[in-house]
Design a protein around this ligand. Structure first.
Ligand code: FAD
Ligand code: HEM
Length: 403
């Protein structure tokens, strides 16, 4: 960081935190309304997250508030900056897009605060916005250059063709994707996601899907749960996309991944379709880390929805130091402990305490929000330090950032 915010700017921004807290969502809503007056900026976004109650509104409001609250200690924002920068890479957000958000933000603050928005406050916010924006832009340029310069690397949207489509359970289907141009792909970091621009009933929707295979330079696999409601990105993939369908995709992104040299045993904890990044990590472990101890712990509803079990167990057997344990919360009449799964019910902290090296391991967690909340909080309460708990959220990180 080449320059610092002045003490006056910091004071003015801090002083406006209570007013912003009172109007946080409103400012963000107005900001989006202004931002989306510009069609090409509007098209950068993922519209199902924007509507009334859409989490993206809260994610940005939370980010702005979190930023203002921590303006004297920006180090606490480092992990958030990293996550946002990766998200922006996925959505192909470029430096030239930043002034649009600056204008929209300041207009919205002016509208909502009315007379309380003095020129000094607005100028302090302008300075503070650009301070954060410069940090993000710098990180994004660096990330983008490093991605593009890798073998198989690319910048922005590239087309991948569906080479195979395989049902993994009643609700999850995998897609093998290969470059339409016949070239290579980047070896992703296990845990990262791809971002797709899908055309659903004539509308463009952007969706993230975690890569569910291990790193390689030929193809990616994603595994998608069919959502009955919503805008239909997942229904498009399940019901309409087929072998040969061409999809637009940005390069692998995301700051949730297995490190190159894991130094401790790992516990991979997943719920439902949250297993996708864990299967990528497990494939990477099976291939590249013969000495690493790992425990793959998965919770599903029952055998009808349980995806990739045979694959996971065969990777574990092949490796020799990987344990697998599965839990069913709603076992069907066909299911039986010891046959289809290992335990009835949910994964609990007590179970983890008794069956994993809880204090010696790194935890990688992905699943529905209640699953994440209970396990992340439970592990923290059990004394696991926060730098050993890594998690991914399949949606905007409103709660993550608010925390
Ligand atoms: C980093 C990341 C990785 C992911 N990886 C995977 C993966 O590996 N596999 C996978 O299957 N999914 C994954 N997802 C989720 C995926 O991106 C989509 O969100 C999912 O497929 C649903 O998309 P959709 O268009 O079908 O439904 P959506 O339109 O997104 O709707 C999904 C659900 O949200 C509800 N909903 C929609 N809009 C609103 C709203 N405004 N307010 C309240 N509720 C609403 C709908 O009723 C529906 O139940 C990932 C997400 C992220 C962020
Ligand atoms: C200082 C400036 C910015 C901040 C603080 C910021 C903050 C955020 C946050 C918190 C998220 C959610 C991340 C997550 O869910 O993990 C996000 C995502 C996103 N941001 Fe930004 N952002 C900034 C600038 C921009 C700009 C300039 C654009 C484009 C005009 C943009 C477009 C997006 C898009 C498209 C997403 C994906 C979210 C979605 O639609 O679901 N952002 N940003």
């Amino acid at each position: 960081m080449s320059h610092q915010l002045s003490p006056q700017t910091i004071e003015l921004v801090k002083a406006s935190v209570p007013a912003l807290a009172a109007h946080g969502s409103e400012i963000t809503k107005r900001m989006y309304a202004k931002l989306f007056e510009d069609e090409h900026i509007k098209n950068l976004f993922n519209h199902s997250n924007q509507g009334e109650g859409g989490s993206q509104v809260h994610a940005l409001a939370a980010a702005i508030l979190g930023y203002a609250q921590n303006i004297e200690n920006l180090a606490v924002l480092t992990p958030v900056v990293e996550r946002i920068a990766h998200k922006h890479i996925g959505y192909h957000i470029l430096p030239e897009h930043y002034p649009y958000v600056a204008r929209a933000l300041l207009d919205a603050i002016r509208d909502v605060l009315g007379e309380a928005a003095t020129p000094e406050i607005l100028s302090a916010w302008g300075e503070a916005y650009w301070f954060l924006a410069d940090i993000l832009k710098a990180r994004e340029v660096k990330l983008r250059n490093s991605i593009e310069s890798q073998s198989g690397g690319w910048n922005g949207w590239r087309t991948l063709t569906i080479a195979e489509k395989l049902a993994e359970s009643e609700i999850v289907t995998s897609f093998i994707l290969r470059p339409t141009d016949g070239g290579k792909v980047i070896r992703h970091r296990p845990g990262q996601y791809l971002t797709f621009k899908l055309v659903v009933n004539g509308n463009e929707v952007k969706r993230n899907y975690s890569i569910s295979c291990g790193p390689n330079d030929e193809y990616y696999r994603i595994s998608v749960k069919r959502e009955a409601n919503g805008d239909g990105g997942s229904r498009y993939l399940h019901d309409e996309a087929h072998v040969g369908t061409i999809l637009e995709v940005t390069p692998p992104a995301g700051d949730f991944f297995l490190p190159d040299e894991p130094s401790r045993p790992v516990v991979l904890l997943s719920g439902g379709v949250g297993l996708t990044p864990m299967v990528s990590m497990l494939e990477a472990i099976a291939k590249g880390y013969p000495e690493l101890r790992a425990h793959f712990v998965h919770g599903a509803l029952n055998s009808a929805t349980h995806a990739m079990d045979r694959h996971v167990r065969s990777l574990a057997t092949e490796h020799g130091r990987v344990a697998v344990t599965t839990f069913y919360s709603e076992p069907s009449v066909k299911d039986a402990v010891g046959l289809s799964h290992d335990h009835d019910g949910f994964i609990t902290i007590d179970w983890l305490r008794n069956n994993t090296q809880i204090m010696a391991s790194d935890f990688y967690i992905c699943g529905p929000k209640p699953f994440l909340r209970s396990l992340v909080n439970g592990l923290l309460k059990a004394g696991v330090s926060s730098d050993r708990i890594h998690y991914e959220i399949f949606g905007p990180a409103d709660e993550l950032i608010a925390a």
